[in-house]
Design a binder for this molecule. Sequence first.
Ligand code: SF4
Length: 468
Amino acid sequence: MAPGKTLLDKVWDPHSVRQLESGQTQLFIGLHLVHEVTSPQAFAMLRELDLPVRYPDRTFATVDHIIPTENQSRPLADSLAEEMLVALEKNTRDTGITLFDPASGKQGIVHVIGPEMGLTQPGMTIACGDSHTSTHGAFGAVALGIGTSQVRDVLATQCLAIGRPDVRRIEVTGKLAPGVYAKDVTLAIIRHLGVKGGVGYAYEYAGPVIDAMSIEERLTVCNMSIEGGARCGYINPDDTTIEYLRGREYAPQGEAWDRAVTHWRSVASDADAHYADKVVLDGGDLAPVVTWGINPGQSVGVDERLPRLADAGAEDRAQLAEAFDYMGLTSGEPIAGTEVDVCFVGSCTNGRISDLREAARVAQTGKVAQGVKAIVVPGSQAVARQAEEEGLPEVFRSAGFEWRLAGCSMCLAMNPDKLVGRQISASSSNRNFKGRQGSPTGRTLLMSPAMVVAAALKGKVTDVREVL
Ligand code: SF4
């Protein structure tokens, strides 16, 4: 008897238009999300070819990367940012695409607003000109980050030419200890499998730890699939997924809801599905994780020491030495106690309301250390409104944090929120590449939002379990 199917099989096959000679699939894309950075050239190419947008009703746009988080009044202070926003407004207006701009009250980071409005649904194929599109897999969607020329292809044809990945099932067993979060799980997976370990794979996350997670936590896990090299990552839809979607603006209603729920449940992987690979991690073993190097795989538990160069094999040694040299950290030293200059809570990894609630819970325990700049940036205007209703900005402000407007902020620093010089930041974002946060020599330590706040209060990397 043939083995059962994975979710990837069940979503991929019905969206497959045809097999291309290259071996790739021409894959129909159910939902296309667009932002201001990777779309202007794609729209320009469409204009040159005199092509319309094939399915404007399946395409939604927002502004996130370049939007300032202190003052969003128009025209934006940075003329280049203003130009990019004007171009997005014109392109979406001319093509009939819905744009969620700051005036809409629905603006935010593309991977925050899609889920919160119910645009992201199980069984969908989703594409966006942004690496962290894998985030949407949390709902049981096949969500693919694409480049600018592929944005053009999807705008023009609603299809992508793409190779089909194999599926690796990653089971996280046990139960997370207090102070250990979804961010720690995803960083631990990347540490275990490596930043290139997922090349050629879709990651299917499963097991008791994943099952127990809220949708927001699952979004955090799937967000970083790409940092482990995977083409995408997903979690099978279950009751948690369905309850999250109920009543959301773009979720089906009435009879359509019942039909959708039946379909959503049917796309989950079969119990006897075949996987190209299976990996098991014990979630009960995990401590809060902190990156120390220049890729998200270079991390340690907060209670561990940095790797010792002398113990590294010849292959790894050069990479480790480069990371130590850039970061100015010493091989074999504990990560706890590393002093930080800037603390950033936000991004599409950890800028949701549950992240901010947990960050506020830690912020209540003290004051930001002298000399540390600490900012909290909601992932969307809806997150900001919810946080305001719950009084979170006040909690942050009284602890010495700045409360900002929604945007990508310091994650990529294509806006005024940047590190300066050799500053070192504790960041709840997803990339710690050289220069990622706006200064060519700036340094990033990735960790959970609760750990970022603990670092802000103490002025150094601190085990949040000691603060709570
Ligand atoms: S928050 Fe960072 S990773 Fe996410 S979409 Fe914005 S720049 Fe990209």
